[in-house]
Ligand binder design. Structure first.
Ligand SMILES: [Fe+2]
Length: 376
C-alpha cells in the first residue's frame, strides 16, 4: 500500500496524483482490486464520505489536450478495436474488443480525439480497478475534486455516482447538464465506470438507470445562422452557489469557496476546432448584459432544444463494468432516475480541461467537415 506522503504516490505499478494534505480518515486505504463501496463500509466509514475537509480554491492551470498529439486518422486505436459501432449519426460510438488499461499513450491520445469528435464513446466489460481508473484519467489532465460531493476518503479525485433507498429527495427526472460548468476550467474528457446496476425491472430484473447524452455541436448547428451569430457575441454566468448552499443545508460539506464564473455561450473545442453550445440548465444562471427576462427566455429556448432534440441524443443501457467516456465540453447528459429505491453505483473521474474560449475563426462541425471534403 502507498505511503501517507503528500507527494505523488505510487500504488504498486501505478502513479496516482498527490493527495491533498488534510483528507479525512487518514488511516483508510482502498485495497487494489476492491470495490470502494464495499471496502469503505467494511472499514466502518460513511460511503460516499462527506466528512468535512478544506481544499485551496482552484486557480488557472496549464492544460493541453492530449487529442492534439494524435493522428487525425486515429488508426492505432480504431484498427485495434474488434468493431467500431456508431450508435447514432450525430453522437455516440462503441468500441469493442479493447481494454482501456492496455492502451498505449498513442492510442490514448487518439481516444481523446475520438471522444472529442463523437461526444461519447463506450467500452464494455472493463477490467479496471479504481486505482487504474484514476491513473488513466490523470493521463489526460489534473483530476477535479468536487466542491461538495461525497468522496472515497483516500481517493478524493473519484466522484461516486450513487443512489439507493435513501434517495428520497431525488428527482423523478434529472436536468440536462454539463458537469461543474461553474469551474474556471471545467472537465473535458470524463470517464464513468458503472459497476452496480439497479434491479428495478419487473420481478426484480436488472433494468433502469440509463444515461442519455446530447451533442452540443449538433444542437448548435441546428440553430438558425442569425441566432448563432447573436449567441456568439454573448457570455453567461455559471454558478456553483446553489449547489454549495444545498450541501450546507442538507448536512453535507463544502471544500472550497463556491464560485460564479463567466464563460462564452458558444465555445470552440480545441481538438476538433468545432463550435459547441455551452449553457446548461443546472449551472448557467444568466446571460451577461441582457435584460434578465430576455436572457432567461433565450436560455429557456436553448434548454428546450437540448431536451427535445432527440436526433442529437444517444441513450445507453449500462451493463456491468461498462465505461463511458464523454467530452463534457461538447455534450450534455442526464441520468434517468427510474429505479428508486434500488441501488445504482458507478465511479467517475474528470480531468480538468482548458478555460472555455470562442475562437472567432472556428466553424460549426458541418461547416468544417464540408470544408475538408471540398479540399479532398
Ligand atoms: Fe453529471
Amino acid at each position: 500500500m502507498g505511503s501517507l506522503s503528500q507527494t505523488t504516490e505510487e500504488t504498486n505499478d501505478l502513479i496516482l496524483p498527490p493527495r491533498p494534505p488534510n483528507l479525512p480518515h487518514a488511516e483508510y486505504r482502498t485495497p487494489r482490486g476492491a470495490s470502494p463501496l464495499e471496502s469503505v463500509r467494511a472499514a466502518g466509514l460513511q460511503y460516499p464520505n462527506y466528512t468535512p475537509f478544506k481544499l485551496p480554491n482552484l486557480t488557472t492551470r496549464p492544460f493541453s489536450d492530449k487529442g492534439l498529439q494524435s493522428d487525425p486518422s486515429k488508426s492505432n486505436l480504431l484498427s485495434a478495436a474488434k468493431e467500431v459501432v456508431h450508435l447514432t449519426p450525430e453522437i455516440g460510438t462503441e468500441l469493442t474488443g479493447l481494454q482501456l488499461t492496455a492502451l498505449s499513450d498513442v492510442q490514448k491520445n487518439e481516444l481523446a480525439r475520438v471522444v472529442a469528435e463523437r461526444g461519447v464513446v463506450f467500452f464494455r466489460d472493463q477490467h479496471m480497478d479504481v486505482h487504474e481508473q484514476i491513473a488513466f484519467g490523470a493521463y489526460f489532465g489534473d483530476l477535479h475534486i468536487h466542491q461538495m460531493a461525497g468522496i472515497i476518503p483516500d481517493l478524493p479525485w473519484v466522484h461516486p455516482i450513487y443512489k439507493d433507498e435513501t434517495a428520497v429527495n431525488g428527482r423523478s427526472h434529472q436536468i440536462w447538464h454539463s458537469d461543474v460548468s461553474y469551474e474556471l476550467q471545467p472537465p473535458g474528457l470524463t470517464l464513468l465506470k458503472m459497476d452496480t446496476l439497479p434491479n428495478a425491472g419487473p420481478g426484480g430484473t436488472e433494468a433502469g438507470g440509463d444515461t442519455i447524452w446530447a451533442s452540443g455541436y449538433a444542437l448548435y448547428e441546428s440553430l438558425s445562422p442569425k441566432l448563432r451569430a447573436f449567441l456568439e457575441t454573448l457570455e453567461a454566468k455559471h454558478s456553483g452557489l446553489e449547489q454549495a448552499e444545498k450541501a450546507l443545508r442538507t448536512g453535507g460539506c463544502l471544500r472550497r469557496d463556491p464560485i460564479e464564473t463567466i464563460h462564452p455561450v458558444v465555445r470552440t473545442h480545441p481538438v476538433t476546432g468545432w463550435k459547441t453550445l455551452y449553457v446548461n440548465e443546472n449551472f448557467t444562471k444568466e446571460i451577461v448584459g441582457l435584460e434578465k427576462r430576455v436572457g432567461d427566455a433565450i436560455l429557456d429556448a436553448l434548454y428546450r432544444t437540448v431536451a427535445e432534440g432527440y436526433e442529437f441524443q444517444v441513450r445507453w443501457k449500462w451493463t456491468h463494468n461498462d465505461v463511458a467516456i464523454w467530452d463534457n465540453r461538447a455534450t450534455y447528459h442526464t441520468g434517468i432516475f427510474d429505479y428508486f429505491p434500488h441501488l445504482r453505483h458507478g465511479l467517475r473521474v474528470a480531468p480538468q480541461a482548458e478555460t472555455p474560449y470562442l475562437d472567432p475563426k472556428s466553424k460549426t462541425r458541418k461547416e468544417a467537415l464540408a470544408g475538408e471534403e471540398g479540399r479532398a
